[in-house]
Design a protein around this ligand. Structure first.
Ligand SMILES: [Zn+2]
Ligand SMILES: [Zn+2]
Length: 418
């Protein structure tokens, strides 16, 4: 059996892996790299693929999938919630970047016809393999994927979070003996501060900004983080107005139909009912001058109403911008965080508002990933993906030393025998 890393090798983005057995070729994820120019995984022929397993909806895992449906593509297996969220996110990608994409809306529609949904913990047979999806605790609907067949056991973590958040239960599944583990490495070299502390300091900071007459803008991913921020404010009985804008609102509508995927559905409902919905430009222009919290995608400021909010909120000292998510290299969010610059009227401009980072991660930190490895039995090959180069490389070294596993940080398009 062979596994080839088509994307997410020493970078966060375009996750894609190809598993080739004697008679079956299975693709795990096929995402895009979200930078100024959209990047794709190494090309594969649709006719060479028997099935696609999708771990979760984020575009860095799903965004390139419609490429397979220009012609008669393979069947996609994923959770029903991931499927709905994926459609939402790819529709948005087409709206924002359609001109630069090698596929169209019709290809997305074709893709939606070739799908089989599977709930977490259920088993599905794909050729010689039994496939099982486990709740990964990363975003609603997210999963890790276990494949068993032809005498091998293979686990792909996808993006994983082992800690409970307001919105989701942390991942906690049995692993057992493995021959191959493909593991994410986003935060493989650092631990997150305790969640409670981050929540408390975020809420205190939001109050502080509003009480000095400012507006706090929170760019947040439309799936997961936006809702998590709303839940945090609601659970702390936040006394000031909170607005939510953009695609996060559509995500809310979808999540209302999947209560079983959330940790505490009633708390979620309460939180979402307590935010004010923003849908009109007139309202947007008003709220940027209202002492309040504004939650809006895109989480890395690459598009959506966040671009407007960022430009406006950035211009006043009393305002603040809270960075609450991972910022990929080359995105406007990373530039804001590292250089304090925002695009104002098309020019990079020094931001007057305060910029503060809060570590609300939806990825396991170093100890969480090591805990997962601790549960692994056997002597698997371990491949570190979905992390920046230093993170993947030092994670591999660490795992080799701590567990004696054959751990490696693959290079793009590198293949491994198992
Ligand atoms: Zn993700
Ligand atoms: Zn990811």
């Amino acid at each position: 059996m062979e596994v080839r890393i088509l994307g997410s090798a020493r970078e966060v983005g375009r996750s894609a892996m190809l598993l080739k057995s004697s008679n079956t070729n299975i693709l795990l994820d096929f995402g895009v790299l979200m930078q100024r120019e959209i990047g794709f995984p190494v090309h594969v022929q649709p006719r060479d693929i028997d099935a696609i397993l999708l771990s979760h909806a984020h575009l860095d895992h799903s965004g390139a999938l419609p490429l397979f449906y220009l012609s008669n593509g393979p069947r996609i297996y994923t959770t029903p919630l991931t499927l709905e969220l994926t459609r939402l996110l790819i529709e948005d990608l087409l709206r924002v970047s359609g001109f630069y994409l090698p596929f169209e809306y019709i290809d997305l529609l074709e893709m939606m016809k070739k799908t089989t949904t599977i709930n977490p913990n259920d088993k599905v047979k794909i050729s010689n393999f039994d496939v099982r999806f486990y709740d990964a605790g990363h975003i609603p609907g997210s999963t890790s994927i276990l494949l068993e067949g032809e005498g091998k056991r293979i686990l792909y973590t996808g993006d994983i979070n082992d800690e409970d958040t307001q919105l989701l239960k942390g991942a906690n599944y049995d692993i057992g003996e493995l021959d191959l583990l493909i593991i994410e490495s986003t935060y493989a070299t650092e631990d997150h501060p305790p969640r409670r502390e981050v929540e408390n300091s975020f809420v205190a900071y939001a109050k502080e900004v509003i009480e000095r007459g400012g507006t706090l803008f929170v760019p947040a991913f439309s799936v997961g983080r936006a809702q998590e921020i709303a839940c945090i404010l609601s659970s702390h009985k936040f006394p000031y107005p909170t607005y939510m804008d953009g695609m996060a609102l559509k995500t809310n509508e979808i999540l209302f139909r999947y209560p079983e995927y959330l940790r505490d559905y009633r708390a979620f409902r309460r939180a979402i009912n307590s935010v004010e919905v923003v849908t009109a430009w007139k309202q947007r222009k008003q709220i940027i001058n209202t002492p309040s919290v504004i939650i809006s995608p895109a989480g890395m400021l690459v598009g959506g109403a966040a671009v407007f909010y960022n430009q406006q909120i950035a211009q006043k000292e009393k305002n603040a911008i809270a960075i609450v998510a991972y910022q990929v290299q080359g995105t406007p969010g990373r530039t804001l965080l590292e250089k304090g610059l925002a695009l104002v009227n098309g020019r990079p401009t020094k931001v007057k508002a305060e910029v503060k980072r809060f570590d609300f991660s939806s990825h396991s930190g170093k100890s969480g990933l090591m805990k997962l490895l601790d549960k692994v039995k056997g002597r698997p090959k371990v491949l570190m993906v979905h992390g920046e180069e230093p993170s993947c490389v030092s994670f591999a070294k660490n795992v080799k030393e701590s567990f004696g596993f054959d751990a490696q940080a693959p290079k793009p398009n590198e293949a491994f025998q198992i």
